[in-house]
Structure formats: C-alpha cells, structure tokens
Design a protein around this ligand. Structure first.
Ligand SMILES: O=C1O[C@H](COP(=O)(O)O)[C@@H](O)[C@H](O)[C@H]1O
Length: 249
C-alpha cells in the first residue's frame, strides 16, 4: 500500500469536477497502456455527481474498452430509482456508447435472486472472477467511494461482519442501518485489489469520520480507514469535510 494523499476543494462542485477530470485521464492512460480500463462506481451524491461531470467532459475515452463494475448496490428490483446502477445510467451510462457486455451491474432484488442476497453476492463474485485475468478478481484501475457520516464505504458499516470480512470479495448485508436494509457489497479485500482508491467526501457532517479514517482508526470502527488502493489512495474533500484534519494535511 502507498501513502494516503489528500486533495481539498472549495466545495462539492469543484471536487466532482476535479475528480471527473482525473478519472478521464486515468481511463485514457490505462487504455493507452493496456488497451482497456476497469472502474468501480459508487452511489451517493458525489459518486453520481462525478459521473455527470464525465458526461459533460468525456475526453478521448474509448467507451468500447471500459469495464464498469459497482462497489455496492441496494438490493432492489431492476429499474428501481434507488439502485446505484440506475442513477449511474441516468447520470452517464445512458449517454455514452459503452457496450452492454462491458457493464457489470450487481444482481437485482427481483427475478433470479429474489429474496436471496447471499446468492446474489456469490453470483457477483463469479462475475468478478470471470474478468480477473487469473487473479481472484480484477485489479481495478480505480475504485470510487463515497463515505457516510459514520465512516461507511460501499455498504460496509461500522461494527459489522461485512466490514470484518477477510476472505470473500462480495457479501450480502441484510441489516443495513441506512435503508434499504438489504444490500450487496464489495468487501475491504476487494477494495484493496484496486490500483487506485478515491474517496469523494463533502460536508461538515463527515469531517470527524474523515479525520479519524486518515488518522488511522480501526476499519471495524470507521470502515473508510480500511479502504486502501494497491498503488494509491486519494481523499478528495471539500473544505468542510477537511475541517478536522491536522494543518499539515
Ligand atoms: O448508501 C450509500 O451511501 C454511500 C455514501 O453516500 P453519500 O451520499 O453520503 O456520499 C455511498 O457511497 C454508497 O455507494 C451508497 O450505497
């Protein structure tokens, strides 16, 4: 794992604009180097806001060569507006020529896996393995993350079995403190397979958890503290979210 970097912006608007430009650059560079790129999307205000900014300024991305995965999903029926996937489609994916075969949404809460989020999690582990080039799951170019006020990332909430998971890469959550209760989520071992982990966080209500995570809190207490990329970890903050960091950050 490499050092943790912090970027601070005036507000969420500036933060998502800067994050979008960096995401476009990383995708372009990965495609130039290896022919394709893989990204993991997140839900939440900034995760979706960033996608709108990519839609406005997509650079020279070759959308036929981007694999799109999700870090977590609300286990809701296909098409439900609260699904992270549906929001990502509205913000970006319906507006760019990414082939359906490159989109890897988490299973739906209806249909084949209805009532069985555990089976849905196992199925998504198989999807990841199928795109892993020999490893257990892909080494994603970027894993985007938002963070809740209590420090949750993906659907990994404090003091839960999911955040303590050491082996599996995808698990079900059936008692999420943030609705809906049923979710499917990548675990900390899965997040750590990403080359780059970017945490997009805005708002004064998140300042305390930001400072705790960057200060080295235990992941079981502040899940974001365990979200580390294999090459780099970048916190992209607005001034309010950065307010409790020490001056040398
Ligand atoms: O429920 C969720 O919340 C987090 C954080 O969302 P935010 O709006 O507070 O930034 C999000 O990252 C996660 O994907 C989502 O399922």
């Amino acid at each position: 794992m490499t050092d943790i970097a912090v970027q601070t912006y005036d507000d969420a608007e500036e933060l998502t604009t800067a994050a979008a430009a960096q995401l476009v650059a990383v995708i372009e560079a990965a495609q130039a180097e290896r022919g394709s790129a893989s990204i993991v999307l997140t839900g939440g205000g900034n995760g979706i806001g960033l996608l709108r900014k990519v839609r406005a300024n997509p650079g020279k991305i070759d959308w036929s060569a981007v694999d799109v995965f999700w870090g977590d999903e609300r286990f809701l029926p296909a098409g439900d507006p609260d699904r992270n996937e549906v929001q990502a489609h509205d913000a970006l994916l319906d507006h760019v020529p990414v082939p359906p075969a490159r989109l890897h949404p988490m299973p739906y809460g209806d249909g084949q896996y209805a009532g069985d989020p555990d089976a849905a999690a196992v199925a998504y582990e198989h999807v990841l393995a199928a795109h892993a080039n020999g490893g257990p799951i892909p080494e994603f170019d970027v894993h985007l993350l938002g963070m809740g006020g209590e420090g949750h990332v993906n659907s990994l909430f404090p003091d839960t079995d999911a955040v303590r998971e050491k082996t599996r890469h995808v698990v079900a959550v059936t008692d999420s403190p943030k609705p809906p209760a049923e979710r499917v989520t990548l675990t900390l071992p899965a997040i750590r397979r990403a080359r780059r982990v970017w945490l997009l966080v805005a708002g004064a209500d998140k300042a305390e958890a930001v400072a705790a995570a960057i200060g080295g809190a235990k992941p079981a207490d502040i899940p974001a503290a365990g979200a580390l990329g294999s090459e780099s970890t970048v916190w992209m903050l607005d001034r309010a979210a950065a307010a409790d960091l020490p001056a040398d950050r």
